[in-house]
Ligand binder design. Sequence first.
Ligand SMILES: Nc1nc2c(ncn2[C@@H]2O[C@H](COP(=O)(O)OP(=O)(O)OP(=O)(O)O)[C@@H](O)[C@H]2O)c(=O)[nH]1
Ligand SMILES: [Zn+2]
Length: 359
Amino acid sequence: MTGFSPDITERLARARADLRMGVPVVLDGGAVMLAAETLDADRLAHLRTLGGAPVLAITSWRAQTLKARAYDGDLARIALPLDVGLSWVRSVADPADDLRAPMKGPLRSIRDGNADLHRAAIALTKAARLLPAALVLAIDDAHGFAKAYDLTLIPGAAALDLTLSPLRPVISARLPLEVSEAGRLHIFRPDDGAEEHYAVEIGQPDRSQPVLSRLHSACFTGDLLGSLKCDCGPQLRGALAQMGATGAGVLLYLNQEGRGIGLANKMRAYSLQDQGFDTVEANHRLGFEDDERDFRIGAEILKKMGFSAVRLLTNNPAKVARMESCGIAVVERVPLKVGENSHNHGYLATKAAKSGHLL
Ligand SMILES: Nc1nc2c(ncn2[C@@H]2O[C@H](COP(=O)(O)OP(=O)(O)OP(=O)(O)O)[C@@H](O)[C@H]2O)c(=O)[nH]1
Ligand SMILES: [Zn+2]
């Protein structure tokens, strides 16, 4: 019982908002962190006055591109040299200028300190949809430090805890659509203050039978702008059309833009793709996994709506496996091959070759 005080989930939501503004966050367990992307000169100067040995925590993907050592598996910790400023931090975190100015180093990786706290710091920057890089300084008295500077304090372990925030149905209303007049839009809101997700229900699907279903990940560029770089827009409309034609279905619109890295990072990935990297390489150069989505959200919404079995519209076998592992039976994979063009041909081929998508 915390009464008026924010619980851990709510503190994490605050921490994400703080990091997006450039405000430091304190990790219980002994560290203060700042997101590399939103760091400014003033706060970097302040960090310097605190003494100690700040490190820039990056993922091993990013370290690989920078040819820096990653001693902790998925994590690399780079010592912050004494004589560097904001532009050094930015250039380690952001691959935009890698090709133009490849030398950031030599970068000295460290082995000491609490690796889990550094991991938590990176997880928080990802959750804030920023570049996955955090400046971290060990401190002795986390509680006192947070109080002195009026900073959000979170248990470091909470950022590493992958439990799914509960999702609550907010409202649903009738929504006649071009594909079917019997449409209904449901809104689901996570307790942790993150993005809402939507379910479009077509007709009145029988809850005791497998429902024709699509888990669609948000793609602002494809869904709304008609981008030719991917196949999302035609897949969205194609899935709805099939549901309309058969009279029943449920399309989940999951706000996990850019396979979970956010629109700004997706545009960074597009910019790298213009330099010749493919969709998977671009994610890795930025420091991300190739897919950062959490499909438990989709499974949770289906269960909340009373569905336990689906005929899943997808070309992605990993999606099928993740639904099954979350307790949703996928009785059939229904292929959804639409929207191939000369611009997205390479993208679709890369997904087939590297991500296991079926052509
Ligand atoms: N990071 C990144 N995300 C992309 C890129 N192109 C599209 N996306 C995002 O990828 C998501 C769509 O995922 P896809 O990999 O196309 O397809 P899928 O959902 O895995 O599989 P299907 O069910 O077959 O469509 C959307 O969130 C898009 O915003 C890209 O080049 N980089
Ligand atoms: Zn897309």
